[in-house]
Design a protein around this ligand. Structure first.
Ligand code: NAD
Length: 322
């Protein structure tokens, strides 16, 4: 199978590419990545020597490039996106360009090429805040941030190519990922790397916002189940099974890094901060046998250790202390 992985130099996409190439088999993987600030060639060092791997630097909005590449592959697993909510609040244009127009460019290429399967990686944020219960795949989408709205638009456009054209599109909506190689602007790696440098960590508002945490191994497991056994035109939620308030997450991170609550700095809440995301992942469990395997505290300890052991990876990415 020839698989085109977009955004494969980023946090989750690179873990996906490393996982596919790290196991026996004949799958060939091409990573297409623009290498924005979030894309890091070092994330692919482990697989660079593989005869089954190819890297192409380029933009998913470049129809000429994308058309040629998609035509050479059997399947696309689409991770490429602008992914940071705070950046989308500061400036949304790049989110609309990459997440919406880029996805549509890929889908057009898939249609022209008669692609076998297109897996679109979406997010639980498309459902908006759910104060109680858990979002199911058929629930209406009520995204609130520009990031989530751009992901909802691309998610629906992807599904429209199935309904209108019969393209085999499968959409996954996962909860918050954590693990190694995570860019240190997101809460878990930001807090870990600050604490390793004895810098304070900024906690938004009162810290009562709730997120469900999913280890990247489990996310990759879920995507693989959907790619290989999912049904065309279907959406699958992928959850981690660990819902925590940001306050509780902060306590666990302080503990894991041997720091106290005096290292927390309360900062003004994020604009429009959704209170809670929660997905019901009964569908992927029932149909495809998905079950998150990574215990959160163990996964967090491994993640802290990775950042401790890999300063050379993250130090150049951190803003200097003020
Ligand atoms: P990331 O920001 O770490 O990586 C994104 C990658 O896409 C980078 O390598 C970047 O260079 C590349 N990219 C950006 N614009 C591009 C363009 N125009 N053309 C080609 N490449 C481009 O993101 P991530 O955390 O790995 O997320 C991957 C996907 O998973 C995204 O679609 C995101 O919306 C989704 N997702 C992430 C999370 C999470 O917790 N990280 C949760 C739910 C869904």
């Amino acid at each position: 199978m020839k698989i085109l992985v977009t955004g494969g130099a980023g946090f989750i996409g690179s873990h996906y590419a490393r996982t596919l190439l790290g196991r026996d088999g004949a799958d060939q993987v091409t990573v297409l990545d623009k290498l924005t600030y979030a894309g890091n060639p070092a994330n692919l060092d482990e697989v660079r020597g593989s005869g089954r791997f190819q890297f192409v630097q380029g933009d998913i909005c470049d129809a000429g490039l994308v058309g040629g590449l998609v035509a050479e592959h059997d399947q696309v697993v689409h991770f490429a996106a602008e992914s940071h909510v705070d950046r989308s609040i500061a400036s949304a244009a790049e989110f609309v360009r990459t997440n919406v127009a880029g996805t549509q460019t890929l889908l057009d290429a898939a249609l022209r090429a008669g692609l076998e399967t297109f897996v679109h990686v979406s997010t639980d944020e498309v459902y908006g805040s759910v104060p109680e219960g858990s979002s199911r795949e058929a629930d209406p989408l009520r995204p609130t941030s520009p990031y989530a709205a751009s992901k909802a638009a691309s998610d629906l456009i992807a599904l429209s190519y199935h309904h209108t054209h019969g393209l085999d599109v499968r959409v996954t909506r996962c909860s918050n990922n954590y693990g190694h190689h995570h860019y240190p602007e997101k809460v878990i790696p930001l807090f870990i790397t600050n604490l390793l440098d004895r810098r304070k960590v900024p906690l938004y508002g009162d810290g009562r916002n709730v997120r469900d945490w999913l280890h990247i191994d489990d996310h990759v497991q879920g995507i693989e189940l959907v790619r290989t056994g999912g049904r065309p035109g279907e959406v699958y939620n992928i959850g981690g099974g660990t819902e925590l308030t940001n306050r509780r997450l902060t306590e666990l991170l302080l503990e894991a890094c041997g720091a106290g609550w005096d290292m927390v700095e309360h900062v003004e809440d994020r604009k429009g901060h959704d209170l809670r995301y929660s997905v019901d992942w009964g569908k992927i469990r029932g149909e495809l046998g998905y079950e998150p395997r990574k215990d959160f505290e163990q996964g967090l300890a491994e993640t802290v250790k990775w950042y401790l052991d890999n300063r050379a990876w993250w130090e150049p990415l951190k803003a200097p202390a003020t």
